[in-house]
Design a protein around this ligand. Structure first.
Ligand SMILES: [Zn+2]
Length: 339
């Protein structure tokens, strides 16, 4: 993984001491209070973009990018259900249906297999929990590889599909209210999950509590330190509504946190994890409905990202670290509610 450096795409220094004047919606957390980083609590924040809903801020301390004010847990859960029904964006219509029938040969399936390979080198069998599992293709793979696999997702329809079509157990609950036993899992996985949370530290601390000592956590998230987001920064400066709309979609409010290598390592360390392995990968474009020029453009961006070591997704495998980690100064103690 590359060494983290100051983002070349950072623009305007922003010391927001008051609420964004456009954010009067009560569904958003942080309205009326100054913003602070969702991972390290830092208040040195650079404004990198503004959507109709939020201001996108980059933490100077850990490089987490997040939208402010943060939407409430309830609003985010509601959007998850809308998204699963394919009613989010035209580009994502049928996204989850295609996950069920069209993964053969897709980059997503290759990513799942690579992730499982990384996990199995450290923990070759045992109890595995996939958090925010969506349609349970990864769970199915994990079960085939010999893990006692189960999932959790906030969308009830997913549990039904898992049970009826796959014979798998998927709990229907927000992760923070899952009620699962401490020290009961050998592996926890989070594919495309951590970026959707207003309280990512709560989810990581809860994961550590659910894992047995020596258990591993695998996380795969969007990577802001990428060519894709660099191109977005340039497009966001152009005086064209069309390009601005594309950038706004990239910074949609449902992606509460956009990670970077430094941000995820900071978060994992603070939650009591030690990294074991990490890497970069590209997006799975096969499930999106995209105009041909957009698809070609995104494919080209990923090629440049691959060459330059700045691809748009990152994964990291970490093990529970020795010793207590939740008593460090400035850190939340105990398990916090997480959507
Ligand atoms: Zn931070």
């Amino acid at each position: 993984m590359q060494t983290e450096a100051t983002s070349p795409f950072q623009t305007e220094e922003c010391a927001l001491q008051q609420q964004d004047s456009s954010a009067k919606d009560g569904s958003r957390r942080g309205v009326g209070s100054p913003p602070s980083c969702l991972v390290c609590g830092g208040t040195r924040l650079a404004k990198i973009h503004r959507t109709p809903d939020q201001v996108l801020l980059c933490c100077d301390g850990c490089r987490l990018v997040f939208g402010w004010p943060v939407f409430s847990r309830e609003a985010l859960l509601e959007y998850n259900a809308i998204s699963f029904r394919g009613e989010g964006f035209p580009e994502t219509t049928g996204y989850f249906d295609r996950s069920l029938v069209g993964l053969d040969g897709s980059s997503l399936l290759r990513q799942y297999r690579r992730g499982l390979e990384q996990i199995s080198r450290v923990v070759p069998s045992g109890r595995l929990l996939d958090v925010g599992c969506g349609v349970p293709m990864f769970l199915d793979l994990a079960r085939s590889a010999g893990y006692a696999a189960q999932g959790i997702d906030s969308v009830p329809e997913i549990a039904r599909i898992a049970r009826e079509d796959f014979g798998l157990v998927v709990h229907t609950a927000p992760f923070g209210r899952c009620g699962l036993e401490k020290d009961s899992f050998d592996v926890i996985t989070m594919w495309d999950f951590l970026e959707h949370l207003p309280d990512p530290m709560g989810a990581l601390i809860l994961s550590r509590e659910l894992l047995r000592p020596g258990g591993v956590l695998f996380v795969s998230v969007p990577n802001h330190r990428s060519v894709l987001h660099g191109v977005a920064a340039l497009l966001g400066k152009l005086p064209y509504r069309r390009t601005l709309e594309m950038v706004d979609k990239l910074y949609h409010f449902s992606h509460v946190c956009i990670w970077s290598p430094r941000a995820i390592e900071t978060a994992l360390a603070r939650a009591g994890f030690s990294p074991l392995a990490r890497g970069l990968e590209g997006p799975d474009l096969s499930r999106y409905r995209l105009p041909a020029p957009v698809r070609a453009g995104l494919t080209a961006i990923d090629v440049v990202g691959r060459i330059s070591g700045l691809r748009s997704r990152l994964w990291i495998l970490a093990r529970t670290a020795d010793g207590p980690s939740m008593d460090r100064p400035g850190f939340p103690t105990g398990v916090r509610s997480t959507g």
